[in-house]
Design a protein around this ligand. Structure first.
Ligand SMILES: Nc1ncnc2c1ncn2[C@@H]1O[C@H](COP(=O)(O)OP(=O)(O)OP(=O)(O)O)[C@@H](O)[C@H]1O
Length: 257
């Protein structure tokens, strides 16, 4: 029997007297893509940041099964070990690619840096792998030495995805990866992400307010309202036959038939 990659128990995060996430518990299984959906302000990003160790919850635990050191409690690791974990086993794709890229170095270096962080040293190999990944995310190789500052929004997002996936992460956190882009750019990025998720059997947790994105990319969904998970289940089931009044409202407003 396999064990969960991530196991979350009773996670609560408050900002002053506002509870952004309230007693959230769930498991993520290897190879699974879990979507977190809900309206703006429902607590999705806060939850994601608590899972990835970027925010510290007031209560609860986030247990992660590491590749070599067994199960660790993300919030009881030292800062140095958490950073190491983030660098070697996780990816984090931000909505704003500028936050996930180093804007002062070339596209190739953005990918190469990640490889060097996991021990790659041979310049030729690093350059070759960076080139492969640029191709994989449909960026013209002629742009490898350009800085991402001269990339379009869609290209930057594809570069951020390449930078995250090049190190073969076991778990990828994504916060609105297609947000803020033109509709046609979004569609292409979604196609690309879906292909990569399938090809690399990614385990991922994806935050989105877009139920169309959730439908395309996720296996399972958690629906959040005011910091609570109000409904959870297989994505198609939740979207085709929502049980909670809030989910019914979301589905009716976002996916009109
Ligand atoms: N740093 C912070 N300080 C104070 N309150 C915060 C902070 N971050 C989030 N909140 C509050 O926590 C609640 C949840 O916010 P969060 O950003 O997690 O929601 P969200 O569902 O991700 O929304 P969006 O889709 O707009 O990003 C909101 O009421 C928000 O105002």
């Amino acid at each position: 029997m396999t064990s969960p990659l991530l196991s979350v128990q009773g996670l609560t995060k408050r900002f002053g007297d506002r509870t952004a996430c309230n007693e959230i518990s769930f498991d993520l299984w290897p190879g699974e893509v879990l979507g977190i959906v809900g309206e703006s302000g429902s607590g999705k990003s806060t939850l994601l940041n608590c899972l990835a160790g970027r925010l510290t919850p007031e209560e609860g635990s986030v247990l992660y099964e590491t590749q070599s050191a067994g199960i660790v409690d993300v919030h009881h690791l030292t800062e140095a070990r958490r950073r190491l974990l983030a660098r070697t086993e996780w990816g984090f794709v931000n909505q704003d690619a500028r936050e996930g890229l180093r804007m002062g170095v070339s596209a190739g270096a953005n990918i190469g840096e990640r490889l060097m962080a996991i021990g790659a040293r041979h310049y030729g190999d690093i350059r070759r792998t960076a080139s492969d990944w640029l191709e994989r995310v449909e960026i013209d190789l002629a742009r490898i030495d350009d800085s991402p500052t001269v990339y379009s929004g869609g290209m930057r997002q594809r570069l951020q995805i390449a930078r995250n996936l090049v190190s073969n992460p076991r778990l990828v956190f994504m916060d609105e990866p297609t947000g803020g882009l033109d509709v046609s750019v979004q569609a292409r990025l979604l196609d690309l992400l879906r292909g990569l998720v399938d090809r690399f059997h990614l385990s991922a947790i994806l935050v989105t307010h877009d139920l169309g994105v959730a439908r395309l990319l996720t296996h399972r969904l958690m629906v959040m309202q005011r910091g609570e998970v109000v409904e959870a289940g297989l994505t198609d089931q939740v979207l085709d036959d929502p049980q909670h009044a809030y989910t019914q409202m979301l589905v009716a407003s976002i996916l009109p038939v």
